[in-house]
Design a binder for this molecule. Structure first.
Ligand SMILES: NC(=O)c1ccc[n+]([C@@H]2O[C@H](COP(=O)([O-])OP(=O)(O)OC[C@H]3O[C@@H](n4cnc5c(N)ncnc54)[C@H](OP(=O)(O)O)[C@@H]3O)[C@@H](O)[C@H]2O)c1
Length: 300
């Protein structure tokens, strides 16, 4: 009998990679949820609606739920605190309660922005201290997930990139809009340190954790981290993109000041010992991962 996984946010940047990873493995039956971008086999469900959520759990009865849907743009969260609470916290509680009733395991996707970035690296047991409302809302989502059941899981990940429909979908690929335009000056933040991570690598870790959870339930639960290991500013990423794609870097200029908008951590590097000790994980080098992602946008 197939193992059943429900993926929220399956139309999103990470959710698409997750959906693909589980579909590749025929031992899993996958149901992906989406909202405004529901199409094909993805089911349209507003996860802020208890009724809609209840129906999908009754129909599908998953053993594993990967909860990836969220408002994840710090500047949007600052402006829309109520809508963010409904999506990032209240919906998370409902999902965990419904999962709890049928004995399903929830893995909640969280962020390195739960840390203040002042004293890296942050291991899984480090004390969170979010600097902005996005980090706060994701931390509250974590707390709800583990409050409903301490057997549930949390996976914190850093800045993500992967296959995108448009460059604006990822905080990494959005840089390419200016990088490819060699005729104009391209000023890039060279202050905050980041660890860009390929969504497909995160998806592998999540599938591995999910398989392990069903094989050995008592061994998997609580907080996990996964991250690439290349320390880069946005300026470094821009130069690496241009170099990998054979584009001139002459127009790219470093800005040594902190970024503007919602306060962001300086360096929230996460230690990944719990996943590594299981022998799980994959790290695609940035220069290799970024080329196929950006190639469709070269010359456009
Ligand atoms: N992207 C990053 O760099 C990053 C870094 C660290 C952590 N994370 C975390 O990783 C997770 C995935 O992020 P992402 O980048 O994949 O986000 P994303 O691309 O913005 O996707 C968000 C997803 O949430 C869904 N959604 C929004 N409102 C919904 C609603 N009312 N009902 C049902 N679904 C709804 C969206 O569906 P539609 O588009 O169909 O409306 C979409 O599938 C999030 O939990 C985020 O906090 C992301």
């Amino acid at each position: 009998m197939a193992k059943k996984v429900l993926i929220t946010g399956a139309s999103g940047l990470l959710g698409r990679a997750l959906y693909k990873e589980f579909l590749k493995d025929t031992t899993w039956e996958v149901l992906g949820l989406a909202f405004s971008r529901a199409h094909g086999d993805l089911r349209k469900v507003d996860i802020t609606s208890s009724e809609e959520l209840t129906k999908v759990f009754d129909d599908f009865k998953p053993q594993v739920v990967i909860h990836s849907a969220a408002e994840r743009k710090p500047d949007v969260v600052e402006k829309q605190p109520d809508a963010t609470r409904r999506l990032n916290i209240d919906a998370t509680r409902k999902i965990c309660e419904l999962a709890g009733k049928i004995g399903a395991w929830v893995l909640y996707i969280s962020t390195d922005y739960v840390f203040d970035g002042k004293n890296p690296p942050y291991n899984e047991d480090a004390t969170p201290n979010p600097l902005n409302k996005y980090g706060e809302s994701k931390l509250n989502g974590e707390l709800v997930t583990l409050e409903v059941s301490k057997e549930n899981g949390v996976l914190r990940v850093p800045i993500l990139y992967g296959e995108v429909h448009d460059l604006g979908e990822s905080a990494v690929t959005v840089l390419f809009d200016k990088v490819k335009n060699t005729g104009s000056q391209c000023v890039m933040n060279d202050y905050e340190r980041r660890y860009p991570t390929h969504c497909a690598d995160i998806a592998v870790v999540i599938r591995q954790l999910s398989d392990q959870k069903l094989q050995d339930p008592s061994n998997i639960g609580g907080i996990y981290h996964w991250s690439g290991d290349e320390n880069m500013t946005k300026y470094d990423m821009a130069v690496a993109m241009a170099t990998a794609l054979g584009i001139s870097t002459n127009h790219i200029e470093a800005d040594k000041n902190p970024s503007v908008g919602a306060t962001r951590p300086y360096n929230a590097h996460v230690g990944c010992q719990r996943v590594e000790s299981l022998g799980f994980g994959r790290r695609t080098p940035f220069k290799d991962g970024i080329v196929p992602v950006l190639s469709p946008f070269v010359g456009k």
